[in-house]
Design a protein around this ligand. Structure first.
Ligand SMILES: Nc1ncnc2c1ncn2[C@@H]1O[C@H](COP(=O)(O)OP(=O)(O)OP(=O)(O)O)[C@@H](O)[C@H]1O
Length: 489
């Protein structure tokens, strides 16, 4: 069986003129590009923000292609620690003028998705890369305001909007024509309506509808289930405001959440939602928590016996049980919020990841097992970073980012002093890179071996080394490599 090519990819526009809708943002993008033709503009980066599937990534790539710029893309599936952004985007953004080749466009997709542990410190690193860049950089984000104000202030902000139906329809018609699909009346309108200005989803729905068919009718229209954030809020509103237990329970069926997760949502919001007008705890709250505790007992049994059939009792008790606990309705709007436990767990996890990442760097530098570094050496490096004479060297040798320096120096926030140490260490790193380029440029042709680019983009190799360290710790705690000590610098 052959797997059909994804139409959204197949019909991705390759020219800016083919990008549908959003004329003003596209013009702003062209204006920014024009500035590059006259040298390095004041704003070296542009942020393309807006809803999903409206052509932001396509526009960035189309621009690069049209201009004949070399494109370097880092998307969310790449590991984007501050160090790696510095290495990949940083060296790419500074290098081409040295080697005299074409401009290089750096595209950072999902720039608003830098919160995971792996992306820690990434936002600050991007700002630094932009400051020092002499190459165009495009950041792509759904939520502009998820990016720091400092980062935004260094960029041209270009906002994309949902694509109006009148533009989605011709795009879909064109695809039908290319694929030889005959459409009955109203089919494309229905698809366009369902996808609310998201052209990617519209194309995907069209492909799903037209699979194995040459002619499609309205009844064939298949719309992919889209689990939006709104849906959990809708279900919770049903649970907290409604009185019918069966309806509340049924509402949970549309969610892609397990009762394990759903109970956390209900637990988090229940006290606030069932608070009496005079802000006293109501009897309803006691009854609802009683039902919730029963649901929790069932969840415990599911875990213990691995009997997932019991989930339905838990699901009913936590939704219907909560809804029917009300003796009277609790009017007025009260904000719903995600479980704070997840946030706390996330913070703990990110702290642990931070500690482990630093320990891995120390391990690589000192050629020590990570476990020992975690226990003994992190404190030592903390002391070195607190000492003015050693701080910059320590940060440089370990390639620490600001958050890591703050962690090691036990500072609650990134102070000016920490930023200074970090800046000085990066300066040191760039000087070293420039020296390397100099050595390379002056080496005889035959000794150059790999191209400059290969030697500069050593990020992947470094990453592999980092990963190796973890592996080596298990297999061979001390690989044969010359030992470096704390006193090396
Ligand atoms: N304005 C558009 N013009 C033409 N095709 C589009 C447009 N918007 C989306 N598409 C189609 O949808 C696909 C995805 O678009 P693209 O990746 O550019 O969206 P995006 O706005 O970057 O979305 P996300 O924020 O999810 O990354 C493209 O391959 C293309 O087929």
């Amino acid at each position: 069986m052959t797997i059909a090519q994804d139409w959204a990819e197949k019909y991705r526009p390759t020219k800016l003129a083919d990008v549908v809708g959003n004329n003003k943002p596209l013009q702003a993008l062209r204006d920014w590009e024009e500035e590059w033709e006259h040298g390095v503009p004041e704003k070296k980066a542009a942020i393309l923000s807006g809803p999903a599937g409206v052509g932001k990534t396509s526009a960035a790539h189309a621009l690069g292609k049209e201009m004949g710029w070399e494109i370097i893309e880092m998307n969310a599936s790449d590991q984007r620690t501050a160090g790696i952004i510095e290495k990949v985007a940083g060296s790419a953004s500074r290098m081409s003028t040295l080697t005299g080749i074409q401009k290089r466009l750096i595209i950072l997709d999902e720039a608003d998705n830098m919160h995971g542990s792996a992306d820690r410190g990434g936002t600050r690193a991007i700002t630094n890369v932009i400051k020092k860049s002499n190459q165009p950089i495009i950041l792509i984000a759904n939520d502009l305001y998820a990016l720091s104000s400092t980062l935004r202030s260094h960029c041209v902000n270009i906002k994309f909007n949902s694509i109006p139906q009148r533009s989605v329809l011709p795009a879909l018609k064109k695809i039908c024509k290319m694929e030889g699909i005959i459409c009955g009346t109203g089919v494309l309108e229905k698809i366009a309506e369902n996808t609310g200005g998201d052209l990617r989803s519209a194309i995907k729905d069209l492909q799903a509808t037209a699979t194995d068919k040459k002619e499609i009718e309205v009844v064939d229209v298949t719309t992919a289930e889209r689990d939006t954030k709104e849906s959990i809020f809708k279900v919770l509103t049903n649970v907290f405001k409604g009185r019918d237990p069966v309806e509340a329970y049924r509402a949970t069926f549309s969610l892609d959440e397990t009762p394990e997760d759903l109970i956390q949502w209900v637990d988090e919001n229940l006290p606030n939602q069932y608070l009496d007008k005079d802000e006293t705890l109501s009897e309803d709250l006691t009854t609802a928590y009683h039902n919730l505790s029963r649901a929790d007992i069932y969840l415990g049994r599911v875990r213990l016996r691995q009997n997932y059939g019991l989930w339905r009792y838990a699901g009913f008790l936590l939704s219907g049980g909560t809804a029917m606990a009300k003796k009277h309705s609790h009017s007025g709007f009260r904000k719903l919020q995600p479980p704070s436990m997840w946030r706390r767990m996330g913070q703990l996890r990110s702290k642990r990841n931070m500690r482990d990442n630093i320990a891995a760097k120390v391990g690589l530098h000192c050629n020590e097992p990570i476990r020992d570094c975690r226990i003994d050496l992190l404190r030592m490096y903390g002391l070195l970073l607190k000492n003015e004479d050693y701080a910059v060297d320590a940060a440089y040798s370990l390639e620490l980012d600001v958050d890591e320096i703050a962690y090691l120096t036990e500072s609650k926030r990134v102070t000016k002093k920490i930023q200074k140490i970090y800046d000085a260490s990066r300066e040191m790193m760039h000087e070293k890179e420039d020296e390397d380029i100099d050595v390379f440029m002056h080496a005889p042709e035959k000794d150059r071996g790999q191209s400059t680019l290969d030697s500069m983009f050593s990020a992947e190799k470094d990453l592999a080394k980092e990963n190796q360290t973890e592996g080596k710790e298990k297999d061979n705690p001390k690989p044969a490599k010359s030992q470096k000590t704390l006193f090396d610098f």
